[in-house]
Design a protein around this ligand. Sequence first.
Ligand SMILES: CC(C)(COP(=O)(O)OP(=O)(O)OC[C@H]1O[C@@H](n2cnc3c(N)ncnc32)[C@H](O)[C@@H]1OP(=O)(O)O)[C@@H](O)C(=O)NCCC(=O)NCCS
Length: 228
Amino acid sequence: MGSSFSRHLRILRESIRWRDPFILSLLALREILRPLFYWHVWQIFETDITQQVPQPYAKEEARVKVYPSEDTPMVIQEQISAMGELEAAEVALRFARGELIAIAFVKEHPVGYMWIVLSSGMELAFDTYWIVRSREAVKYGSFVLPAFRGLGIHSCLNSAVCSYLCERGFIRTLSSVSVLNTQSMSLPKHNNTTIAMTVLMARIRKIDWTIRKSFRAPLETRFSWPQS
Ligand SMILES: CC(C)(COP(=O)(O)OP(=O)(O)OC[C@H]1O[C@@H](n2cnc3c(N)ncnc32)[C@H](O)[C@@H]1OP(=O)(O)O)[C@@H](O)C(=O)NCCC(=O)NCCS
């Protein structure tokens, strides 16, 4: 309980530090309204990896290894939760679902990771689920230890994951980035990745009403949800 609270506090402190005042006010307003109304805006990216794999631009030399779920040693699973973002139970759950993980090592120490999902069904939010077609993969849940941020380690993870998938016949990677997450938006900006879709979702809690809206492409081309 105590360690979970301090982890949340640490994550909150970090996320405040790298966001501008306008985005911070939006985040604060969203939290104040949370009991009544909550919303998300995502940019959805689709990258064709058959032509070219995005190149890393790290200032620190990082080695990346991809672990398939059935092949991940327990010591690695422990190292993932020891990085402080995810509880051990959540890590175990992701492996049980068959997800892969890419881990970045600097001087043999794990400093960050990125998760990979190869099939449909992962929830974006509010009962809205990714449609993942054959030879596509979703990259999500990137994390870099605070002491190693700003060095481009995320670009090493991204490049290694794309190479791994490309070598195995995958043609496209998919990802979602919240427009409020400046740190995460840096990678697609740097790589000039085209936005395939912008998704706006909101839920009015009292009446349990979900609003789903997309721009640039129809939502049903990439997501499914229960039709009532
Ligand atoms: C998002 C994240 C994975 C990026 O990893 P990274 O290896 O630090 O990425 P980069 O080095 O390319 O830096 C990205 C941005 O972080 C910010 N940044 C720069 N120095 C930083 C530092 N010392 N500490 C924190 N953030 C820093 C900058 O906005 C930078 O963008 P810019 O280079 O265009 O100015 C990392 O910030 C993180 O783990 N954040 C918390 C979890 C999260 O939000 N994950 C995304 C889920 S989709």
